[in-house]
Design a protein around this ligand. Structure first.
Ligand SMILES: [Zn+2]
Ligand SMILES: [Zn+2]
Length: 149
């Protein structure tokens, strides 16, 4: 779990715990994902870190390395954009929390404070289904379609 102000010390420690060398780019990417607290695409990470002068392929590699090490999850939310989201430490569940995507503006929100229960079906049908990695919920966000109107 990142601290409220994810800093370089926290990022370096998290990388070390994952047996990764704390390179400047990895530290920057981890700090960014920790402070944003939302899933970000490679393009968004590149844009947010422009001032540091990392090249795009370095950042792409970083994202995949920290995802492979289990520090972040890869999300495919069906809009052709792969996003990366910081994992809560020790999270070993199949999927983390549901995500809400606005069908009007595409804004993505983490639904960490909602509880969605999927009752597992067991047996061959469940096994055949495979691994659940994301729960996607779609609708109209509060900006596009305020509730109670
Ligand atoms: Zn919207
Ligand atoms: Zn999320």
């Amino acid at each position: 779990m990142p601290p409220s102000e994810p800093d370089a010390t926290w990022a370096k420690q998290a990388l070390r715990d994952a047996a990764l060398r704390a390179t400047a780019a990895r530290v920057a990417v981890l700090k960014l994902l920790g402070s944003m607290g939302i899933p970000m695409s490679h393009a968004e990470v590149v844009e947010a870190l422009t001032e540091f002068g990392f090249d795009q392929s370095t950042l792409f590699r970083c994202l995949n390395e920290i995802a492979d090490a289990g520090l972040v999850s890869r999300l495919d939310l069906g809009d052709q954009t792969r996003r990366f989201e910081l994992r809560k430490m020790g999270e070993k569940v199949e999927f983390t929390h549901p995500h809400f995507m606005c069908v009007d503006c595409g804004e993505l929100t983490c639904m960490e404070d909602f509880s969605v229960q999927i009752s597992p079906s067991r047996g061959p049908r469940r096994d055949k289904l495979g691994t659940i990695t994301e729960i996607m919920i779609r609708g109209h966000c509060g900006n596009c379609f305020p509730r109670g109107r």
